[in-house]
Ligand binder design. Structure first.
Ligand code: SAM
Length: 228
């Protein structure tokens, strides 16, 4: 079975590190990362006991119990003591991910690597990261069936920076690896079409959406030499 989203997330983990798999659910990220040897240890957490027991079953079935700690926890509560190098927060809304990061000051450490995969509100997560001094060093756009996922890799620097409205919506061109070129183009087009539709459905005050559509079309032209 093809699993581009999961493969992409695991590929971004640095080699031989300790990971935290926050909101692990079935713990597929943990089992894959430990099996491939990308991670030497995982603290896999979830806020609900049901998913955590699924995670325990899957980790045991893969013979990985000695390398994983299962934790019933809200966000990053209690995770710091396991000293993770790479922290994965995937498959949740962007605002929830931002809130989880915001409640964990131990992340203000340049050595900790964040791998984030927001399902929604990607713009709000990017806005939080750049205003809070987390530098986005790379962004992947894996496609699975008809869905384009956005995976953000970031490190704390303590230096806030600004992004344009288009960069908040789809990410910066400069941090998209070449292999995602076609998917990124599709993401820009899809996002521009979405906001064009929103602007069209409003009877007034659609200036913000129209400006974003204009910026996205400019990004498309500059990056791919084409208009939306
Ligand atoms: C859709 S699953 C994603 C599973 C996995 N991370 C992945 O990307 O394949 C989201 C999981 O996050 C958990 N979750 C939601 N809010 C959470 C929080 N505040 N802290 C920890 N886990 C949370 C849910 O219980 C659920 O199991």
């Amino acid at each position: 079975m093809k699993k581009p989203r999961l493969d992409c997330i695991v590929s971004l983990i640095r080699d031989g590190v300790r990971i935290a798999d926050v909101g692990c659910d079935h713990a597929y990220i943990t089992t894959e990362a430990l099996t491939l040897g990308k991670a030497t240890f995982s603290v896999a957490s979830d806020i609900r006991p049901g998913p955590l027991s699924k995670a325990r079953d899957n980790i045991e079935a893969a013979g990985l119990s000695g390398k994983a700690k299962l934790l019933l926890a809200d966000g990053l509560d209690g995770i710091g003591e396991y000293a993770p190098d790479d922290i994965i927060i995937a498959g949740m809304g962007g605002e929830l991910i931002a809130d989880i990061i915001d409640r964990a000051p131990f992340l203000q450490n340049e050595k900790i690597h964040l791998i984030l995969q927001p399902m929604t509100s990607q713009d709000k997560l990017r806005a939080y990261l750049c205003s809070s001094g987390y530098r986005i060093d790379t962004e992947a756009v894996p496609a699975e069936r008809t869905h384009l996922y956005q995976v953000i890799s970031a490190y704390y620097t303590g230096r806030p920076f600004a992004l344009t409205a288009a960069e908040l919506a789809v990410g910066q061109v400069s941090v998209k690896p070449e292999e995602y070129r076609d998917n990124f183009r599709a993401l820009i087009k899809h996002t521009a079409a979405k906001f064009e539709k929103i602007a069209g459905s409003k009877t007034s005050d659609n200036a913000k959406e129209l400006e974003l559509v204009k910026e996205l079309n400019e990004m498309l032209k500059e990056t791919y030499d084409e208009n939306g």
